[in-house]
Ligand binder design. Structure first.
Ligand code: URA
Length: 236
């Protein structure tokens, strides 16, 4: 595998950042300083360091995507463009899949990985991983709505939601709110607002567990997670 690819896959940084590190003479392979990103390494047996720190081969790929509206959270679809199609062919080769779903019109943080175990843990209802959303709501959101969400609301199918934190950021004919939930039912936030007679006009996920959407990522942009960010997810 090429050295720059190995380092990028290991979460050291983007290909561009990796190239800069190589140029700055920060990388060694088996004790030798290497500046050429096209050098090939044996990812299982070579000893590779960046700034003196050993870098281990990462079995799995983890990607943070700023999902735009209009694409669906699936690996394939006959009609719509999927989030996978936003990724480079290099990354698609790792066969990542989205961890959970955001609606077609929802934007924001979406994790893609080929680590089935981590995905399972993040989505497990037993784990109660907190997800934060920013939303614009048609109608005036009130303290009564915050209380209702804190107590759990009953959806149209009779399901009573777990306590959620609703914070009003802007009140008016169109309100702005932040909402934190620990479950992931189908259309959950839209249905929760429907339960209090309001409608979601815009929805964006900003956190998943301890991981925040990187503000530097524009809609449709993505990057691989750094090693410490994968740890944050694992600890979520
Ligand atoms: N809740 C929703 O209603 N939609 C999403 O995409 C995510 C949470």
């Amino acid at each position: 595998m090429r050295l720059d690819k190995f380092l990028a896959n290991a979460g050291v940084g983007s290909r561009k950042e990796v190239k800069a590190l190589l140029k700055k003479r920060c990388v060694t392979v088996n004790g030798q300083l290497v500046k050429d990103s096209s050098v090939h390494v044996d990812e299982m047996n070579d000893s590779i360091t960046v700034n003196g720190n050993p870098i281990h081969y990462q079995k799995y790929t983890y990607i943070m995507l700023h999902k735009p509206s209009g694409v669906i959270s699936a690996t394939e679809d006959k009609q719509d463009k999927t989030v996978i199609e936003l990724l480079s062919h290099d990354l698609q080769k790792f066969k990542p899949f989205p961890v959970g779903r955001l609606d077609k019109d929802t934007e924001g943080l979406l994790i893609l990985t080929n680590d089935g175990q981590l995905a399972h843990e993040l989505l497990s209802p037993k784990k109660h991983v907190t997800k934060t959303y920013f939303a614009k709501i048609k109608g005036e959101v009130t303290e009564a709505d915050c209380m209702a969400f804190a107590n759990g609301v009953t959806l149209e199918d009779g399901y009573r939601t777990k306590p959620a934190t609703l914070r009003i950021l802007k009140q008016g004919a169109q309100s702005e709110v932040e909402i934190m939930i620990t479950e992931g039912k189908y259309h959950q936030i839209k249905r929760m607002f429907r339960a209090v007679d309001k409608q979601v006009a815009y929805l964006k996920r900003t956190t998943m567990g301890k991981l925040h959407l990187d503000k530097a990522l524009k809609k449709g942009e993505y990057r691989q997670l750094r090693v410490e960010e994968v740890k944050l997810l694992q600890d979520s």
